[in-house]
Design a binder for this molecule. Structure first.
Ligand code: GTP
Length: 426
């Protein structure tokens, strides 16, 4: 039992959700609830040795992942980032600054005649290839223009959640196939950057609602867009109030999780530094300016300049390297091992009618064998059909043979008659 608990502790306890679900984090003494992941439930396995199966599976997955990581360095990494925020918070400029190219088109301003029309949200993925210190990254950006522009934004929430869940459903369907599609593309969102308007006050209701609804499905990282709109002191206070709100409302954002007992010192230091920067203050610009003889990406004002890549001015550089380098793998692993697993468990439990978690687990088991039975039935029917076709073809061949031999017989008698006629003529 202890073995079983430890085998998936690694990923579950480090996620911010864990601390919300199981305070006060008695991580090393109390086992986490077994209902987190139905596929790992011991009661699904009957023999005593099968209790080791989850451990084996986890170790296998881990070694597979480590092997995969080495392979990935050569092949490159695939990463999907969603950007959400009200219009004008600097999403488009951020994405173009991140990729150092015009990946997203700038919005053409609404004409006054159409300004009242609520266009709704438009979720659109764009792919771009990046080279990070020799490592190829296939980055997919999923932009969400139109979010927060309506009087009632309920539909926007629904559409984003539905999009996130659709990607999980695709994986779930792919996993249950007998024959996997080698060209299947995993489009799950690994991180969501939520752009908070630089109001200088605190979180608005829409911010709280969005982060609260999306955090169970995706790693949410809050950022303050257009951070140069605030003075350094205003920005510091604003960031503090945002984090107080996040804590107050128990929003499980991605907070660069670490474990003081298990992680090494470097990881702890790096993660706690990044955590202290939350929410990241972002300055975006697709223009280059000259500052003290240096050409840098930044924004020029009559009173001075702000530099995108200067850590004194903006957290852009730290966020970029966390997303595309240091924390890319962690974000992907949490997406797969925790967020997707939870979704999968919820979805399968929901599919089962009624019952508590234990019943649900049994039913999930039943469902699996029912699925196998259905497949067997289908195969049997297909075999029957094939046998029928074979018999039909054999019957047709026999008929043709009989027809052919009767025609041969007729031909022979015709030839005999011809020969007799020739003899008679002679
Ligand atoms: N001061 C400042 N302005 C910015 C920054 N980033 C973008 N802007 C400006 O803010 C305006 C809106 O920026 P966008 O990047 O288009 O914002 P968006 O969130 O994509 O908005 P929509 O395209 O309407 O959805 C533009 O005029 C940008 O030049 C920033 O970091 N600081």
């Amino acid at each position: 039992m202890t073995l079983y608990v430890h085998c998936y502790e690694e990923h579950t306890h480090r996620h911010p959700f864990y601390s919300l679900l199981f305070p006060p984090l008695a991580l090393h003494s109390v086992p986490p609830p077994l209902c987190i992941n139905l596929s790992f439930k011991p009661n699904l396995f009957t023999s005593s040795s099968s209790l080791f199966f989850p451990l084996y599976k986890k170790l296998h997955n881990m070694s597979h992942r480590l092997g995969g990581r080495r392979k990935n360095v050569k092949k490159g990494f695939q990463f999907t980032l969603m950007v959400v925020g009200s219009s004008g918070t600097g999403r488009t400029t951020f994405v173009n600054t991140l990729c150092d190219s015009g990946v997203l088109a700038k919005k053409v301003c609404d004409s006054p005649e159409d300004a009242h029309i609520e266009a709704g949200i438009n979720i659109k993925p764009v792919s771009v290839e990046l080279d990070e210190d020799g490592v190829r990254i296939s980055l997919t950006i999923v932009d969400t223009p139109g979010f927060g522009d309506n009087i009632d934004n309920e539909r926007c929430f629904h559409e984003i959640v539905a999009y996130l869940e659709r990607q999980y459903d695709d994986i779930l369907a792919e996993e249950s196939r007998i024959k996997r599609n080698p060209r299947f593309r995993d489009n799950r969102i690994h991180a969501l950057l939520y752009f908070i308007s630089p109001t200088g006050h605190a979180l608005r209701e829409i911010d709280i609602e969005l982060m609260r609804r999306l955090s169970p499905r995706v790693n949410v990282i809050p950022v303050v867009g257009r951070a140069d709109s605030l003075t350094p002191q205003e920005l510091k206070d604003f960031k503090r109030r945002i984090m107080e709100d996040i804590e107050h409302y128990n929003i499980p954002i991605y907070n660069f999780p670490y474990d003081v007992e298990e992680d090494d010192e470097d990881t702890i230091e790096e993660n706690s530094e990044l955590r202290a920067l939350l929410p990241f203050s972002i300055i975006g610009s697709d223009e280059e300016i000259v500052v003290n003889g240096r050409t840098v990406r930044g924004r020029q004002y009559p009173w001075g300049a702000v530099e995108v890549d200067n850590p004194q001015h903006s957290d852009f550089g730290r966020l970029r390297s966390a997303l595309l380098s240091s924390h890319l793998q962690d974000l992907k692993e949490i997406t797969h091992d925790f967020l997707y697993e939870n979704y999968r468990t919820e979805k399968l439990s929901r599919t089962v009618s009624g019952g508590d978690q234990d019943d649900a687990a049994m039913n999930v088991d039943d469902m699996a064998s029912q699925g196998v039975r259905l497949k067997e039935e289908q195969l049997r029917k297909e075999e029957e059909k094939l046998r029928e076709i074979e018999l039909k073809v054999q019957r047709e061949i026999q008929e043709k043979r009989a027809e052919l031999s009767s025609k041969e017989e007729a031909l022979r008698s015709l030839e005999a008659r011809l020969a007799q006629a020739q003899i008679a003529d002679a």
